[in-house]
Ligand binder design. Sequence first.
Ligand code: 8YV
Length: 328
Amino acid sequence: MTASNALQRIAILVTAPIRSGVTEALEAIFTVHRLWEQDDPDAFFATHGAQIRGIATTTLFGKVRADLIERLPALEIIASFGVGYDNVDVAAAAKAGAVVTNTPGVLVDETADLAMGLLLATIRQIPQAERHLRAGLWPRERFRLSPSLRGRRVGILGLGAIGKAIARRLEGFGVEIAYHGRTRQEGVEYPWYPDARALAQACDVLIIAAPGTAETEKLVDAPVLEALGRDGILVNIGRGSIVDEDALEAALAHGTILAAGLDVFAHEPQVPEGLLAHPRSVLLPHVGSGSERTHAAMGALQVENLVRWFTDRVPPTPVPETAHLVPG
Ligand code: 8YV
């Protein structure tokens, strides 16, 4: 049997539509089952569950929880589209002996670019200024003066690959940079603060670039927002779960902070009313990595993880919690 024939016989479950033609690419290689098209999931699992050896999933709509993993006794790998993998119950996967892979690296610059755009849009009120022009108000009334990035100190919460790419861009903007992460990083010159509150206290812009984990859940809460201060700007391109959204709504409403630029929300695609209503909020529908070019690269890496696992057992990007399941 040729390698491609062998792959064709392997059953992969795709949990939700994945953009950039990933499902179609997988269909050309494997036997693919589209979970979201199953009218009777129980009947589907009874017929096919025991044959499924891989899952392809995606961050926003494709949650892979323990109850799904438990229904797939032959499962070997869960390949997720996206660098964050809070959509997958990694502990349950590891317990079942299934490798989890994500798509890091290829989206770093794209996401950092978007963070800069969101920062500038929020601080200089670019969407609001454009709405003013489009509403025909310019001939009658000049748009209000905006706050400024000049002279600010920017704190980065989560100095991983994306946080560092944001920092490199910020250097070009001539602002001071500081960071908080679990540990102070060797060879990083920016000042490190031991917790989110201390970082917010020392800065007047806070950019969240951390992953969504149990440890980071609601890390940015009322005291952190208070520490950021009345002139403070919050930008979040990490995960919505990191921000206590009730506290953020209150902080914006009461002027505890000045403005927020958010690409991610706690319960996507729902966006709290108080954030939608605030005149100084800039809100995006989770588009950080969302260019055609970068999603194509993410999709290709997701497919490669599956193909490599079933050909030589060396998927390029296993997540650290399951890296021990990769032989060699
Ligand atoms: C999404 C993301 O994967 O990579 C991540 O962790 O959150 C994004 O890049 C992408 O928007 C698809 O939902």
